[in-house]
Write a protein that binds this ligand. Structure first.
Ligand code: FES
Length: 174
């Protein structure tokens, strides 16, 4: 039996190294392609996620008029590698088709604001607001935080946002 020649051995090794190099090049091209594609498609993804910021509340006609109505919305947030859902409370005031939506999160330190006989109040430190959300007293430095809303085909949708606490001006943090 004849042994493989030295040049055949070298040729095999070159062919093996060539395949490995090809695989590495293909891998690098794939990574670069994915990264480039992500940037190219980013506006489309961003548009989709902006639309996801709007939460369906309920049909407008289900909201009684002339009294504060508490509802909840489920929001999705990115945290690290995951996306998590959480429930948030809102207050809705309705007069016909005129609607005002408040976050039920106290602008002082974040407790849940309740309805009261003369408007709204926070059970934690006693902040109080009028029925249309204006500050009456307590440690809060501002009015209740209003939320953007829209009515689509008779359905109330809200854009839930978070605001900085304990400052006089409403400032969005996310
Ligand atoms: S958290 Fe509402 S008054 Fe302090």
């Amino acid at each position: 039996m004849s042994k493989p020649s030295n040049s055949a051995h070298v040729s095999d090794r070159r062919s093996f190294l060539g395949k490995i190099t090809g695989l590495i090049a293909a891998f690098v091209a794939a990574v670069v392609g994915v990264a480039t594609g992500k940037y190219a498609l980013y506006p489309a993804f961003r548009k989709m996620s902006e639309e996801q910021n709007w939460q369906v509340v309920c049909p407008l006609e289900d909201i009684p008029e002339h009294e504060p109505v508490k509802r909840s919305v489920v929001i999705s947030q990115d945290a690290g590698w995951g996306r998590f859902n959480s429930q948030r409370l809102i207050w809705i005031l309705r007069d016909g088709s005129r609607v005002v939506v408040f976050s039920a999160t106290c602008p002082h330190l974040g407790c849940t604001v309740n309805a009261a006989s003369n408007g709204f109040m926070c059970p934690c430190h006693g902040s109080a607001w009028t029925g249309d959300g204006q500050r009456l007293g307590g440690p809060t430095l501002r009015a209740l935080d209003t939320l953007d809303h829209r009515i689509e085909e008779g359905v109330l949708k809200v854009k839930y946002e978070f605001f900085k606490q304990s400052i006089a001006e409403k400032e969005i943090i996310s």
